[in-house]
Design a protein around this ligand. Structure first.
Ligand SMILES: Cc1ncc(C[n+]2csc(CCOP(=O)(O)OP(=O)(O)O)c2C)c(N)n1
Ligand SMILES: [Mg+2]
Length: 559
C-alpha cells in the first residue's frame, strides 16, 4: 500500500531501490502521504518518534551507525523547524540525512492557512542542497524529471562527503487516499569519483616533508578507519613526524599523541619554537582541543595542508596554504611510500613530554578527591572492550581527551556544532541498531535538555546513560570568564537541584545512582555488565570543587 500521491510514492520507491531502509517519522496530517508510502513497505524500517528535535537526532545516531542515508519526515509548520539543530549537526559532522517535509501547495502559503510556514529552502544554510518535488506528476516527462531530481538528492546525501539534504513536498487535500499501485522509479548509479591530486602536487608535498625536521599531523573527528590507521602508524614512525589525535578521531597507536591538551598546556614560552611545526597536515572533522588551536594560531606553521574528499578550505589555524582534494587513505598511502628517514628529534620531543605528563597525571589522580575528574577516571577504567562511547558536549568530551584513546572503544560525539541538545537521542538511535554496549556520558543539563530522547519505544538494553550531575553547567566554573561576572551561578552555571530519577520512572528506564567513590566503584560494573534493560546511572559530584580540581591539574602537570 502507498499514498495515491505520485511524488511521494515515487520517492519511497527510489529510496528502497537505492538500498536505503531507515526513516524516522513524526506524527501529523499533512505528512499522511509520507506515512502511507514509507510505513507500509516491508523493505523499510519506519521508526515513529513524536518530538521532531529528538527524532532528527535519533536518525543522526542511526546514520552514524549504518553510514547510510537515513530519512526523517514530518508535517508542515513549526514541526519542520524543530529539525534544525540536528540538521546543523549533520551538516558539520557530515552525516547523511534526507529531510522530507510535508508542505501545503505553494498557493496556500502566507494566505492565513493553518500550520503553514515558508518551508522551501528553509534549511539552505545547513544542508548540502534543497529540493522541492512538484505537487502533481501527470506526464511521462514529469515523472522522469522527478526521478532524476530524487536520485540527485540521494546522491548529494553521500557524495563527495556526506551531509543533510532537504526535500520539501507539497501535498493537496485529500491526504489519506491510498492505492496498491506504487509509482515506480529506478535508482541511478552515479560515477562518484573523488578527485586525485596530481602527481606533481604529491611530489611537492613529499619533498617538503622529507626536507623538514618538524611535521605535525592533526586528525580531527572521524569514524574508525583501520586501513588509514595502519598507514598513519607507519608514517608516525618517522622521526620528523608527530601525529596528534583525539579520542573522537578513533585512531589507535602508542605512537600517536592522543592527549593533546595534557601536553600542549605544558609548553612554555621558551619551548614554543621546539614544539611548533614547520609543516602542518590536517584531516578529518572538528578538533576538540581549544589549546592546540590557540597554540597553532599563535605559532603558525610555514605550510598547512588540509586533506579532504571535498577539497574544503578548512583554515582552522589561520595558516592554510592549500586545501588538497583527496580521499585521506589514498593521499597518505601515496605519500607514505616516499617518505625518507630524516634526522630529527621532533617526534621524541613530543613523546618524552607525553611520558612525563602521563606520570604526573597518575600522581595527581592518586591524591585527588572525589570529583568529575575522578569519576571520569573510574568510568574509563570500567568500560568494557567493544563499547561505543558517546561523549556529551561540555566537559565529558573534554575529560575524555585527558585520558586518551583506548583501543577497542569507539568514540562518538556531536562535535559538528557541539550542541547539548540531542545527545540522548543520538546515542539511543545509534544503540538501537548496535549489538555492542553503548554508553553515553553526559552532563546533567545536557541530559535534562534532551530528556525527550527517552520518549520513544526504541530504547534498547545495550544503552547505558551516565549522567554526571554537578548541579549545572560545570564547564562555566572551569573556563575563565564567567567567574569574573556577578552572574556565574544564575546565568552561566544555571545551578539547580534537579535529578533524572523521575524522568527515568516516567519513561521506564532503570535508574541507579552514586554519590561517592565507593558507591561508584561498586555500581559501575553492575551498570556496564549485568543490567538487563536500558539504564541510567546518575553520579552526583560536588559542584564546588570540580572546576578547581581541573584547574589545579593543569597547574600540577606544568611544573
Ligand atoms: C543547544 C546548546 N545550548 C547551549 C550551549 C552552551 N553550553 C555549553 S556547555 C553548557 C552547559 C552544559 O552543562 P552540563 O550538561 O551539566 O555539563 P557540564 O558542563 O556540567 O559538564 C551549555 C549551556 C550548547 N552547547 N548547546
Ligand atoms: Mg553539569
Amino acid at each position: 500500500m502507498t499514498s495515491d500521491k505520485k511524488n511521494i510514492s515515487l520517492l519511497a520507491d527510489i529510496f528502497v531501490n537505492s538500498g536505503l531502509t531507515d526513516i524516522v517519522i513524526s506524527p501529523g496530517s499533512r505528512n499522511a502521504p509520507i506515512i502511507l508510502s514509507f510505513a507500509n513497505r516491508s523493505e523499510i524500517n519506519a521508526f515513529s518518534i513524536v518530538d521532531e528535535r529528538s527524532a532528527a537526532f535519533f536518525a543522526l545516531g542511526l546514520a552514524l551507525n549504518s553510514k547510510k542515508t537515513v530519512a526523517i519526515a514530518c508535517t508542515s509548520g513549526s514541526a519542520v523547524l524543530n529539525y534544525a539543530s540536528a540538521i546543523s549537526e549533520a551538516y558539520y559532522q557530515k552525516i547523511p540525512l534526507l529531510i522530507i517535509t510535508a508542505d501545503r501547495p505553494p498557493n496556500m502559503i502566507d494566505i492565513g492557512d493553518g500550520q503553514t510556514i515558508r518551508q522551501k529552502n528553509v534549511f539552505n544554510n545547513y544542508v548540502k542542497k534543497s529540493y522541492q518535488l512538484p505537487l502533481t506528476i501527470d506526464t511521462k516527462e514529469e515523472l522522469e524529471d522527478a526521478e532524476k531530481l530524487i536520485n540527485e538528492a540521494l546522491n548529494q546525501c553521500v557524495f563527495p562527503q556526506a551531509g543533510p539534504v532537504h526535500m520539501n513536498i507539497p501535498f493537496d487535500d485529500p491526504l489519506y487516499n491510498s492505492t496498491e499501485e506504487v509509482t515506480t522509479g529506478k535508482s541511478i548509479e552515479f560515477e562518484n569519483k573523488i578527485a586525485i591530486p596530481d602527481i606533481s602536487k604529491i611530489q611537492e608535498i613529499e619533498t617538503s616533508w622529507n626536507n623538514s625536521s618538524k611535521v605535525m599531523l592533526i586528525a580531527g573527528q572521524a569514524s574508525p578507519a583501520p586501513e588509514l590507521n595502519k598507514i598513519l602508524q607507519k608514517i608516525s614512525e618517522n622521526q620528523n613526524t608527530v601525529l596528534l589525535s583525539e579520542t573522537t578521531s578513533n585512531l589507535f597507536c602508542n605512537n600517536f599523541i592522543d592527549t593533546i591538551d595534557n601536553l600542549t598546556s605544558t609548553i612554555n614560552n621558551s619551548e614554543t619554537n621546539l614544539f611548533k611545526p614547520e609543516i602542518l597536515i590536517t584531516f578529518g572533522g572538528q578538533v576538540v582541543s581549544k589549546m592546540i588551536k590557540k597554540f597553532l594560531r599563535k605559532n603558525k606553521p610555514l605550510i598547512h595542508w588540509h586533506i579532504s574528499p571535498s577539497g574544503e578550505k578548512m583554515d582552522t589555524y589561520f595558516a592554510l596554504t592549500e586545501a588538497i582534494n583527496s580521499d585521506e587513505l589514498d593521499f597518505f598511502s601515496q605519500i607514505e611510500q616516499h617518505l625518507e628517514t630524516v634526522n630529527s628529534n621532533y617526534s621524541s620531543l613530543w613523546h618524552e613530554r607525553k611520558s612525563k605528563v602521563d606520570k604526573k597525571k597518575t600522581e595527581y589522580l592518586k591524591k585527588t578527591k572525589y570529583s568529575d575528574f575522578k569519576v571520569f577516571e573510574a568510568i574509563v577504567k570500567h568500560l568494557p572492550e567493544g563499547a561505543n562511547l558517546h561523549l556529551g558536549n561540555s566537559t565529558p568530551v573534554r575529560y575524555s581527551q585527558l585520558f586518551g584513546s583506548r583501543e577497542g572503544i569507539n568514540y562518538y560525539s556531536n562535535r559538528g556544532v557541539s550542541g547539548i541538545d540531542g545527545q540522548v537521542s543520538t546515542a539511543a538511535g545509534y544503540a538501537c541498531n548496535s549489538s555492542n554496549l553503548n554508553v553515553l556520558i553526559t552532563g546533567d543539563l545536557g541530559f535534562l535538555y534532551d530528556s525527550n530522547g527517552l520518549m520513544n519505544k526504541y530504547l534498547t538494553p545495550n544503552l547505558k546513560i551516565i549522567v554526571i550531575n554537578n548541579s549545572g553547567g560545570g564547564i562555566f566554573k572551569f573556563i575563565g570568564g564567567p567567574d569574573t561576572t556577578p552572574n556565574l551561578e544564575e546565568f552561566f552555571v544555571t545551578k539547580h537541584q534537579w535529578s533524572a530519577e523521575y524522568i527515568c520512572k516516567a519513561f521506564g528506564v532503570d535508574y541507579l545512582k552514586a554519590e561517592n567513590d565507593n558507591e561508584l566503584s561498586s555500581i559501575l560494573p553492575k551498570l556496564l555488565s549485568n543490567n538487563p534493560g536500558p539504564t541510567l546511572l546518575e553520579i552526583f559530584t560536588p559542584c564546588e570543587i570540580n572546576g578547581l580540581v581541573l584547574r589545579e591539574y593543569f597547574k600540577f602537570i606544568k611544573n
